[in-house]
Design a protein around this ligand. Structure first.
Ligand code: HEC
Length: 172
């Protein structure tokens, strides 16, 4: 940015022939480094928790989730992203939108066509159920149409579940 404006001033100098004297009064019309005032609003207006709120929420979770590695959880969610959105009002893809999943009855998101076994699972999603589900979905609920082999590493599951808690609107 600095280089660009120097070039601009040099160009002006060639025309004005009065340069090098009142150096402080360069024209200020062009501001090549200026940022656009605001980025366009995202499709879904999701109010983002501040980093402090995220940390406070993480710390409020029961062990072992309170010491989870959210960055690792975010990376692990990369395995789910092709089938699931997590923002409020996000679309159902191959799998249902997961916003608000904690505290929601399994198979209960309106407008999503679940398999019978998930629809009739009869429990409410919490960390314990999610841990078993994510370890091996097809053993936990045989007949599910979620074709995900499972996340075998326990620590990865802890990190992913904590990430989901802070990103899906969970409140203690
Ligand atoms: C290949 C697509 C696919 C992938 C990958 C996938 N899912 Fe799913 N998921 C589904 C489908 C399909 C269902 C609905 C299952 C059913 O009805 O049997 C589902 C259901 C769920 C549910 C139950 C939601 C409810 O409303 O009851 C949860 C929770 C879930 N998935 C979490 C995850 C997480 C976390 C990951 C990543 C580790 C993941 N899924 C990876 C397709 C996928």
């Amino acid at each position: 940015m600095r280089i660009v404006s120097v070039t601009a001033v040099a160009g002006a100098c060639a025309l004005l022939a009065a340069c090098g004297q009142g150096g402080g009064s360069a024209p200020t019309s062009a501001e090549p480094g200026a940022e656009p005032a605001a980025t366009p609003a995202a499709a879904a207006p999701a109010p983002q928790a501040s980093p402090e709120e995220v940390q406070a929420l993480l710390a409020s979770l029961p062990a072992p989730y309170n010491t989870a590695d959210l960055e690792n959880g975010r990376r692990k969610f990369g395995m789910c992203r092709s089938c699931h959105t997590i923002v409020e009002g996000g679309a159902n893809l191959t799998g249902p939108n997961l916003h608000g999943v904690f505290g929601r009855k399994a198979g209960a998101l309106e407008g999503y066509n679940y398999s019978e076994v998930v629809k009739n699972a009869g429990f409410v999603w919490d960390a314990e159920h999610l841990d078993k589900w994510l370890a091996e979905p097809r053993t936990f609920l045989p007949g599910t149409k979620m074709s995900f082999a499972g996340l075998k590493n326990e620590k990865d599951r802890i990190d992913l579940i904590a990430y989901l808690k802070v990103e899906t609107g969970y409140r203690p």
